[in-house]
Design a protein around this ligand. Structure first.
Ligand code: 7TS
Length: 419
């Protein structure tokens, strides 16, 4: 946890920014001779020292394989791994740690569900509802499922603002709807979806709901019981934890009902050449050696985030985002893509006549890291008839001065490309 946090009260992060940034060693460097301005947090976030240290300590003094040995190190490693699961369960307000499966990333979590749902839950002409906002990770696995089963995709459209078209959404549900797979926050526009009415509607039709929380978990306090979703997924590396670990939350009754995905060690109770019986959830879904150090790192990242607290993070990030929007709107040539009612720390834009990749390259020369591309959301790019956007995505360690640096660099970029 961050050492600078004293009393547990809502912090004004602006006042603590120096200490916060000191917790993230990577931020204190120069890129192309300029101080790094890291605004690619939606791709991956930087890691606080506490996470790096927890993982180093694990490898220096605790490393062993888990659930297998009677020796002391294996018991320590097993207990650290299982307590990481408890940390995630409490973080999401799951009913029990057995509802938390560790995977490789959000993508793998979605693939697992899309795959095992095909076992006996989906029939020809069943319908799977997605939205126009989805990342490819929440599209392609469902296309695989449709190819295997003869089910069909139906797509909830968006309005020009980048908000979901809730009126159209209601009409798309029907007796054949089996799954609603929906992002909590759009990685390209930052739109925060209003999930509860859609989840309630899906359940009225007996459909299961998977929420892709990859971009939400770092910015919004998630309560899976309040949401009442059936599955919730996110990636460790986008919430200040390491790569190589993801989370799949699943309601216990779903995890009991669904078959395992991969077979191997640790997911069985007994194996013979004639017959194998499976372990209880969550182990049923964790074949092979899991991401042990990564789960430990993720738990530390969650403790770090909880140490600051979502009220403080949300308050700071919302103000920073408003400031960034104001500065961008003042900058000549900028056209925002999407103006959703509620957004979470992501801003996408284009500049007339300048390719987003060129903007990204010029910004990089000023030490500013942004993303330029289709953001793995090609259907969404098609909706706005742009091949790509520039995306600035913020974390609680970004500063107002960094937003100014971005705005100044964009103004220069605009001038540079004028005839
Ligand atoms: N879902 C959403 C909404 C995402 O933004 C991403 C990654 C994923 C799923 C997949 O996450 P992964 O950890 O399994 O790869 N989004 C991005 C991005 O916007 N830029 O780089 C990765």
């Amino acid at each position: 946890m961050a050492t600078w946090i004293q009393a547990k009260k809502t912090l004004d992060l602006k006042q603590h920014m120096g200490s916060i940034r000191m917790d993230f060693p990577i931020l204190n460097q120069r890129v192309h001779g300029r101080p790094l301005v890291y605004l690619d947090n939606a791709a991956t976030t930087q890691k606080p020292r506490a996470v790096i240290q927890a993982m180093a300590e694990y490898y220096e003094s605790q490393n062993a394989n888990i659930h297998r040995g009677v020796h002391a190190l294996s018991e320590v490693a097993t207990s650290l791994y299982e307590s990481a699961r408890e940390t995630v369960a409490t973080f999401l307000n799951a009913q029990s740690p057995s509802e938390i499966v560790f995977t490789r990333n959000a993508t793998e979590s979605i693939n697992m569900i899309a795959n095992i749902m095909g076992h006996d839950q989906i029939k020809p002409n069943d319908e799977i509802l997605l939205t126009e906002l989805e990342h490819h990770s929440n599209i392609v696995p469902w296309q695989f499922l449709c190819e295997r089963t003869g089910a069909r995709l139906k797509i909830i459209p968006i309005q020009e603002s980048g908000d979901l078209d809730y009126e159209s959404a209601v009409k798309l549900f029907g007796p054949r709807t089996r799954i609603l797979a929906i992002t909590h926050v759009s990685n390209a526009l930052g739109t925060v979806n209003n999930l509860p009415p859609l989840i309630a509607l899906a359940h009225q039709y007996g459909a299961a709901v998977l929420v892709d929380g990859a971009q939400a978990a770092p910015h919004i306090a998630v309560d899976v019981q309040a949401l009442d979703c059936d599955f919730y997924v996110f990636s460790g590396h986008k919430i200040y934890g390491p790569t190589g670990v993801g989370v799949l939350y699943g309601k216990r009754e779903w995890l009991d009902r669904l078959p395992p995905w991969q077979g191997g060690g640790d997911m069985i109770t007994s194996v013979s050449f004639q017959h194998t019986t499976y372990a209880e959830p969550p182990h049923k879904f964790e074949a092979g050696t899991p991401p042990i150090s990564q789960a430990i790192g993720l738990a530390e990242a969650i403790r770090y985030v909880q140490g600051i607290g979502y009220p403080a993070i949300c308050a700071y990030e919302e103000n920073l985002e408003l400031y960034a929007l104001r500065r961008l709107l003042e900058t000549p040539g900028i056209q925002l893509i999407g103006q959703p009612l509620k957004r979470a720390s992501i801003v996408s834009f284009v500049m007339e006549g300048i390719h987003p990749h060129d903007i990204g390259t010029v910004l990089d020369q000023s030490g500013i890291a942004v993303r330029a591309g289709h953001h793995c959301a090609m259907p969404l790019m098609e909706h706005y008839r742009v091949p790509a956007t520039v995306r600035a995505s913020f974390a609680f360690y970004n500063t107002y001065e960094e937003v100014d640096t971005l705005a100044t660099a964009l103004e220069k970029t605009w001038k540079l490309f004028q005839p």
